[in-house]
Design a protein around this ligand. Structure first.
Ligand SMILES: [Cu+2]
Length: 278
């Protein structure tokens, strides 16, 4: 019984904590069903051919082969239909997945930087803008390769090789707000994979690749590197921590405070009278 439940678990989808992740599951199911149909079809064809061309019925081999075009045409037709089904099903499910991001805004973007062999995050500070990053500027004292000749970097919040924190915010209509993760790498190609969120995207040095998802459950989820990236690849695990809105605000403010206590106090002094009147 334990073995059976183990087998069922091994073939089941992992926990789903993303609003549109079900569409990815739908795509996986559609592809598997198509493969099942093809598998059964080819098995039937294989045994039919074995039977039709058996030695007792065709004692002398005919090296000219079959003259009729029926077989060739039906095989080509099967390949074209299978390809079409694949493209249509993939576009149908993927369309839902990629078209539903909220606009970029300061509360929902985190730049994730991969390196051999860890994940780090940066968040825009009070100005709502992320400073520029350039992998050629990476050094011992500038681990993100921040371009300090450009604006906006000073108040950015940084989490170096630690949990990537993202908010789970529920909209009034019951849907969840999307989180945009802007991916880049300092060294080689990695891949950002979080199974419960149903995201997997290659991370390429020199490029910024945004992905999005809508977390639906707070918790700690493992980030796996899904691209062989060096001898420490198997150890390249990270954690994405989904927190509720109150915890997110608390965490974000505390990180901003850590980063820039003076500016934070000045901002608080300006906003306090207005808050009191509200
Ligand atoms: Cu990696």
């Amino acid at each position: 019984m334990e073995l059976l439940s183990g087998i069922i678990e091994a073939f089941s989808f992992p926990e789903l904590v993303s609003q549109n992740g079900g569409d990815i599951d739908g795509l996986i199911i559609a592809v598997h069903l198509l493969m099942l149909v093809l598998f059964v079809g080819w098995i039937i064809y294989y045994f039919a051919a074995l039977w039709k061309f058996r030695a007792t019925n065709n004692s002398k081999a005919d090296y000219k082969g079959v003259k009729s075009k029926t077989i060739t045409n039906s095989i080509e037709g099967a390949v074209i239909v299978a390809e079409l089904v694949l493209v249509v099903a993939a576009t149908y499910f993927w369309n839902f997945y990629v078209n539903e991001a909220d606009d970029f805004n300061e509360e929902s973007v985190v730049r994730v930087t991969a390196e051999q062999f860890a994940w780090s995050g940066r968040y825009p500070g009070a100005d709502g803008q992320l400073g520029a990053q350039d992998k050629t500027l990476v050094s011992g004292t500038n681990p993100f390769g921040i371009d300090k000749s450009k604006p906006y970097w000073e108040d950015d919040v940084e989490v170096l090789k630690a949990d990537i924190v993202v908010p789970m915010i529920k909209n009034d209509d019951g849907t969840h707000k999307s989180v945009t993760v802007d991916l880049t790498s300092k060294d080689v190609i990695h891949s950002f994979k979080v199974l419960p969120l149903r995201v997997c995207q290659d991370v390429i040095p020199g490029l910024r690749i945004p992905i999005h998802f809508r977390p639906t459950k707070v918790g700690r989820y493992q980030i796996t590197c899904a691209q062989l990236c060096g001898d420490g690849h198997a150890r390249m695990k990270g954690v994405i921590r989904v927190v509720d809105e109150a915890e997110w605000n608390e965490w974000y403010e505390a990180e901003q405070e850590k980063k820039n206590p003076a500016a934070e106090k000045a901002a608080a002094a300006v906003t306090t009278p207005g808050d009191d009147n509200a």
